[in-house]
Design a protein around this ligand. Structure first.
Ligand SMILES: Cc1ncc(COP(=O)(O)O)c(C=O)c1O
Length: 448
């Protein structure tokens, strides 16, 4: 492919783009999970309109576009209130969970340089179930990750955590909830551990941060996880997940402005001018900031309560349905709308969940596969409420079909299952690199 010599007519381009997306997952159809947080078309319209209006604006320099500064400040004030930040709490909008987490780790590293000068090789504690974006952050920022094992309930093992803290530990991380099984780490205990050592504690509430507060307001039991927990020093919460904003929006909140200063980067000596940047990005798309602000105001508290109720209702019906399918179970004790469907080991004839996922794909359901132990992951959205029973019926049929046909995993599924089991993880890492390296020559990318 080379750039066309003559530009192509906009109508032709539109037609071509629609043709290209022929094999895509249906972002609005709610038959896929976790990549899209499907709600209603009117909410999407509000987000798209706001994004389009501020399409060209750039929050790199907040003095040029005071409107963006206002949107960001107001979004942060709302987030701080929802997560019970104390007076003086402060934050930034970022482009997503990974950027928020990277900045949380940078904050801890730079805070320790000032406040724990004896630390020469900083370490951070994180449960094995924590999102890999935290490991990526540790890798980039230069903090050594120390992995905390989890209990049978998939939550951080506190005894292990206590034994893994050293004089070099600068940060303790817990998830509220963690992604794989949707369960809450013991945030109170993790934060206590951090406070007892005088170090920082980050709560990764990227997926729960804009869901759990509404759930609590609906009267559900939500274990303490936000700034009401003494010792929690920062929280990440993604707007582009359960706040239903346009992609490219998250917040990182700190207990104090003093902590937030460690998140920032300044360079006063550049010939191009005095340079200060709050986050990783330089150019910051105004559309993502405006859309987050617009959706929050369009929905209001009542809107979020209603969507939370719908998502939880769908989750309950799906979980109840799964529990009635012989041989399946829900792993752990999920607190919100994330479910991991695992194998019930007591069943005489266990099914291969990878083959079940293949069968579900034939029925149009794109379900994520997990490992250690093998499970299927559901991130339930409000839009799933009209499909919950269909999902359960399809899953029941898929399990029965796999059992009666004796079908074995084939192709990518067999490979996935095999790679999950291999003891040589360095080999698996290489295989992943090969897979990523080969993405640009995959035939499906070049079709049409
Ligand atoms: C708990 C948790 N943390 C972090 C992330 C990463 O967020 P992003 O994909 O926006 O970078 C996710 C994404 O699902 C998540 O569930």
């Amino acid at each position: 492919m080379t750039i066309p010599q003559q530009g192509i007519d906009a109508d032709d381009l539109r037609a071509r783009m629609e043709r290209y997306r022929g094999n895509d997952g249906d972002a609005a159809g709610a038959r896929l999970f976790s990549l899209v947080y499907a709600t209603r078309s009117d909410i999407l319209d509000v987000a798209k309109d706001a994004y389009g209006r501020f399409f060209s604006e750039n929050a790199l320099n907040p003095m040029t576009f005071p409107s963006l500064r206002r949107f960001e400040t107001e979004v942060l004030e709302i987030a701080i209130e929802l997560l019970h930040g104390p007076a003086g709490a402060a934050g930034s909008m970022t482009s997503g969970g990974s950027e928020s987490l990277l900045l949380a780790v940078k904050t801890a590293r730079d805070w320790a340089r000032l406040n724990r000068p004896h630390v020469t090789a900083p370490e951070m504690l994180l449960p094995v179930t924590a999102h890999p974006a935290l490991l990526k952050a540790a890798h980039i920022v230069g903090v050594e990750p120390v992995i905390v094992p989890v209990t049978d309930a998939f939550v951080a093992d506190m005894e292990a955590a206590r034994s893994l803290v050293t004089d070099n530990t600068v940060l303790v991380v817990g998830s509220a909830p963690q992604y794989p099984h949707g369960v809450m780490d013991p945030i109170t205990e993790l934060a206590e551990l951090a406070a007892s050592r005088g170090i920082l504690c980050h709560v990764d509430s990227c997926i729960g941060g804009f869901f759990l507060p509404w759930l609590e307001k609906l009267g559900r039991e939500v274990p303490p996880f936000d700034f009401r927990v003494p010792g929690v020093t920062s929280i990440s919460a993604d707007l582009h997940k359960y706040a239903y904003a346009a992609k490219g929006a998250s917040v990182l909140l700190h207990r104090s402005r003093a902590l937030r200063r460690h998140q920032y980067f300044v360079h006063p000596d550049w010939p191009g001018g005095l340079f200060g940047s709050p986050s990783v990005l330089g150019t910051r798309p105004g559309g993502a900031i405006a859309a987050a602000w617009a959706v929050m105001h369009y929905l209001g508290a009542e809107g979020y309560l209603d969507l939370t109720r719908r998502a939880m209702d769908a989750t309950k019906r799906m979980a109840d349905g799964v529990r009635e399918i012989p041989g399946l179970r829900i792993l752990g004790n999920p607190v919100m709308s994330l479910l991991a469907i695992g194998i019930d080991e007591r069943h005489a004839d266990p099914v291969d969940l990878n083959v079940v996922a293949d069968r579900m794909l034939q029925k149009g359901w794109r379900i994520d596969r997990q490992q250690r132990p093998t499970s299927l992951h559901l991130t339930v959205s409000p839009a799933h409420d009209v499909l919950a029973e269909t999902f359960v019926a399809d899953l029941r049929e898929a399990v029965a079909h796999v059992r009666s046909s004796g079908e074995q995993a084939q192709g990518p599924s067999a490979m996935y299952g095999m790679l999950g089991q291999l003891p040589d993880r360095a080999f698996v890492g290489d295989a992943l690199l090969d897979f990523m390296d080969g993405m640009d020559s995959m035939p499906t990318m070049l079709e049409g």
